[in-house]
Every structure is written in C-alpha cells, then in structure tokens.
Design a protein around this ligand. Structure first.
Ligand code: HEM
Length: 482
C-alpha cells in the first residue's frame, strides 16, 4: 500500500477516534437525514432569517423535544423542555456557543462571550453598576431622552412612522448617557454615522454567524464583509475611545472620587484587578458589549410594545385607566413604575409573544449530563426561548396576545424556565432591570401622549430572527396627540 494512502487512512482513523463519542451521541438522537461529511449544513445554510427559529420549532414537532443537526463535523443539539433548559443554563461546565465568539471584533472578550474565572471576575465587577439605587437615579435622564423622542413623534403629525431608527436613537442616547455619562444626541441628527455603524456591524456579524463557510477567521478576514465591518468598527471604536478618555480626564480632576454614584464607565475606569487597572481595550470591549447587548434588544422590545398597543386598542385603554392614577411626573419614579400591574403584565406578554432573543447557545467543554442524557465535550446546545414561550403546554393559546394571563398567574407558576426572555442561571441578562426601567418609562410617556394606530389593512408581521427578533418589513405606527 502506498505510504500516502496509509497516512490518509491513519488520519481518518484518528479523526474517527476523536469524534467517536460525538458520532455515538449524534446517532442516538433523532433528527433529519444527514449527508456524509456535510451533515445538514446545506439545510442550515439555506435558511432565511425569517425561518430559522420557526424551522427549529417545526423540527421539534417532527422529531420530539430533543433532536440533533450535523453541521459538517459539528453536532448541534436542540433542547426544548423547560427542565432541560434550566439544567443547561445552570451547568457550570458549559460555555457560550462558538458561534457567539464571532462577535469578538466588536465586543472583544466582554461579559457577553467571556467564560470561566474571567467571566466571574467581570460579572462581580459590573453587577453594582445595575443596583436598584443607581437605576432609580437614572429616571430624570431617561425622561429627558423620552421627551425628545416624543417631540420627534409629535412632528410626524399622525403620519405612519417606521419605529426602529427613532427608538434606536433614543435608547442609544439614554443608555450612553446613564451608563457612561456621555452626550451623543443622536436624536438631534438626521443620519447619525454611529447609528449606521451599529446597525451595519450587527448585520455583518450576523451574516457571518449564519454562514458556516465564514466561521474560520482566515477565510472571513479575506472577504468584503470583513473590510466593511472594519470600517464600521472604526467609527464605533473612535467614538467610544473619546467618551472613555473624556470621562477618565474628568475623574482625574475629581481626584478619582466622583461627585455622583459610580456608573458603568466609572466602575470600569476605577476598577483594579490584581492591583492593576483595566486596559483601555478591556474598558472599550465592556462598554461596546453593553451598548451592543442593550440598545438593539430594548429597541426591538419597545417597537413590539408600541405595535401591540396600536394593534390592541383595548390594551391601550386599560393601560391609560391604570396611568390615570399617577401623579404628574410620576413616570420618572422607578418605584411607582414597578407598582403598575397592568403595565407589568403588558410588557411580560410582549416579551413572551415576541421573544426578543429567540435562541441562545452553549458549548459542552467536557462530559456532562442534561435532562438525564450524557453529553460529551464539543457539542453545541441550542436553547429555543421562542419555542418555550410558544409551547401550548405552558401557555394556552400561545400565539394570542393576552396580558391578562400574567395578572392571573405569576411567572413562577408557569413551568419555571419556560419564560426566560432574559435567559436564566448565572448568565441571566445583567441589564434586565435597566431594560424594564427604560421600557416602562418610554411606554408610560408615549401612551399618555399619543393614541397609537396601525394601518387598517396592516398585514400580520413576518418575524425574522436576526441578532434579535425583528419584523421583516419593519413596524409602522401612527401617533396622534391625545
Ligand atoms: C428587552 C431587553 C433585553 C433582552 C430581551 C435581553 C436579553 C438577554 C439574554 C437572553 C441574555 C442571555 C444570553 C445567553 O444566555 O446566552 C442577555 C445577556 C446579557 N445582557 Fe441583556 N437583554 C436586554 C437588555 C439588556 C440591556 C439594557 C443591557 C445593558 C445595558 C444588557 C446587557 C446584557 C449583558 C452584558 C449580557 C451578558 C450577561 C452575562 O453573560 O453575564 N441587556 N440579555
């Protein structure tokens, strides 16, 4: 036998041995027929964003609660029960799925994708930047940005408006102001380059994430996609660097003892790990993580809230009834906002029906047991938050918009871990209370100021799973002054 053939056979055998546990696990799980070597890659590669999570849910109906797909040599397993989800989200041996690591050019090794002791250290450091006392102090700043948005909505004089850009600008300004003390004022600019840079980088990174051919850095960095991404990242990094430098200089003038409570950026600038301050790159990665994880999600969530109010006039009416009890300006007060049961139920239902982050992924790093099944290292586990939130066994009439369901039943009474819009376990969204504060305040102010309407012939939304859930044709609402 020629030597090259021997070598090739040896290599194939080595590969087979290394992948043996994975192959055995894969063949024990149900799933669609997979081509040799390619697996189901052609199926996943062909999926359009609007179908990704629906197909995942359809495959569940065909193959049961737990099934697999092969992406070439990678094994993907989809978990659909609340109990498996709970176990996976609490399993300390799992790390974020490799797909998410492709966000690195934007967010470096920030909290969203880091793991192990580095993640624990960062999470411990950043948690105080979201404590309730600090969130309470954000009220007036958020109100100021909300008022600017209201002025912009008023200027539309009742014409239909696509919501993404105005909401994004408002939330970007509010989040940068409250977490970094920076004034962006993107709401006052017609075409803000920073908004374009965030939108475009997010789109380009998502294109890469859903294309298995671009997984390799070597290939990706030779594409036009990478060239465009680098240009957009340059805009974001330059702006963030200038905000960081400005605040750092102010802090030095204040003798490193800020005159007010520490916000996220102050916390990062004053932090010391093993006696050393964080590098500028580490600080920028974290700041970008928070803007990236916070603005797109709250923008999507708020556009679905306003859509739901416009679509369901009875919900608008019921919310207004509840708000009538409020004092003028009370909408700035976090405690008052948290005592409005219908507002709370409305937001919960929107976050269930329009699951903003439809799926998340984890990677096994060593052998572990989830839902009574043993998983070897190297498996990607997908958690289908959208599927759980639309499972009729947890939520009767899962596709109906019924805020009342939350008035009768508390979240904890629904199968725990079926309702996880902010994920769960140790990686639960660090900004969840902050997100709810922003959403509550904007909802109250907008609903009090305007009557919201959809076009009479408005078709049902076609949902798309991009980085976050979106409506394919956007969301168009008319705002008429009350
Ligand atoms: C409606 C709005 C939001 C939704 C639906 C949402 C959802 C989520 C979800 C599902 C995760 C977990 C991902 C996973 O387990 O893999 C997460 C993590 C995270 N979120 Fe949010 N989020 C929202 C708003 C925010 C805001 C406003 C911020 C900060 C300004 C933020 C910052 C983060 C960060 C830093 C993480 C990573 C946490 C960690 O791994 O320790 N999010 N979010």
């Amino acid at each position: 036998m020629p030597i090259w053939l021997l070598l090739l056979l040896g290599l194939a055998l080595l590969l087979l041995l290394r992948k043996w546990s994975l192959l055995r696990l894969g063949s024990s799980l149900p799933g669609p027929w997979a081509f040799p070597l390619l697996g189901n890659a052609q199926m996943v590669g062909k999926l359009r964003p609007e179908f990704i999570f629906l197909v995942f849910t359809e495959l569940r109906d065909r193959f049961g609660a737990t099934y697999r797909l092969w992406l070439g040599p990678q094994l993907w397993v989809f978990l659909h029960t609340a109990e498996e989800t709970r176990e996976a989200l609490h399993d300390p041996t799992l790390r974020k799925a490799e797909t998410f690591l492709q966000l690195e050019p934007l967010i470096g090794n920030g909290l969203l994708i880091s793991h192990g002791s580095h993640w624990t250290q960062q999470r411990r450091l950043l948690t105080p930047a979201f404590r309730p006392i600090l969130l309470r102090s954000f009220g007036p700043s958020v109100a100021k940005h909300a008022d600017r948005l209201i002025e912009r909505l008023e200027a539309t004089s009742g014409a239909f408006l696509e919501l993404t850009d105005p909401l994004f600008a408002c939330l970007l300004d509010a989040i940068v102001d409250t977490s970094m003390g920076g004034r962006l004022e993107t709401q006052s600019v017609a075409h803000s380059p920073i908004i374009r840079a965030f939108h475009r980088s997010s789109q380009l990174l998502f294109k890469r994430m859903i294309n298995p051919l671009l997984a390799s850095d070597w290939i990706f960095k030779r594409t036009q996609l990478w060239r465009e991404l680098s240009e957009q990242l340059q805009v974001i990094h330059t702006l963030m660097d200038s905000l960081i430098e400005r605040r750092s200089a102010q802090l030095q003038q204040e003798g490193d003892v800020p005159r007010r409570s520490l916000n996220l950026l102050d916390t990062l600038l004053l932090a010391k790990i093993d006696g050393e301050p964080l590098s500028r790159k580490q600080i920028r990665d974290e700041v970008n993580t928070f803007v990236f994880a916070g603005v797109d999600t709250t923008t999507a969530a708020m556009s679905f809230v306003l859509y739901a109010l416009a679509k369901h006039p009875e919900a608008q009416h019921r919310l207004l009834e509840e708000l009538r009890q409020l004092q003028p300006n009370a909408s700035m007060d976090l405690d008052t906002l948290n005592e409005l049961p219908y507002l709370d139920a409305l937001l919960k239902e929107v976050l269930r029906l329009y699951t903003i982050v439809p799926t998340t992924g984890r990677q096994t790093t060593r052998s572990t047991v989830i839902g009574g099944r043993k998983y070897c290292a190297g498996v990607t586990l997908w958690i289908n938050m959208y599927g759980l939130a639309h499972d009729a066994s947890y939520y009767p009439q899962p596709y109906a918009f019924k805020p009342e369901r939350w008035l009768q039943q508390t979240e904890t009474e629904a199968a725990s871990f079926s309702y996880i819009p902010f994920s769960g376990g140790p990686h639960v969204c660090i900004g969840r209370r902050y997100a709810l504060l922003l959403m509550k305040q904007l909802t109250v102010r907008i609903a009090t100021a305007f009557r919201l309407e959809l076009r009479p012939d408005e078709p049902e939304l076609t949902l798309q799973a991009q980085m976050v859930l979106k409506a394919r044709e956007g969301i168009h609402v008319a705002f008429t002054k009350r």
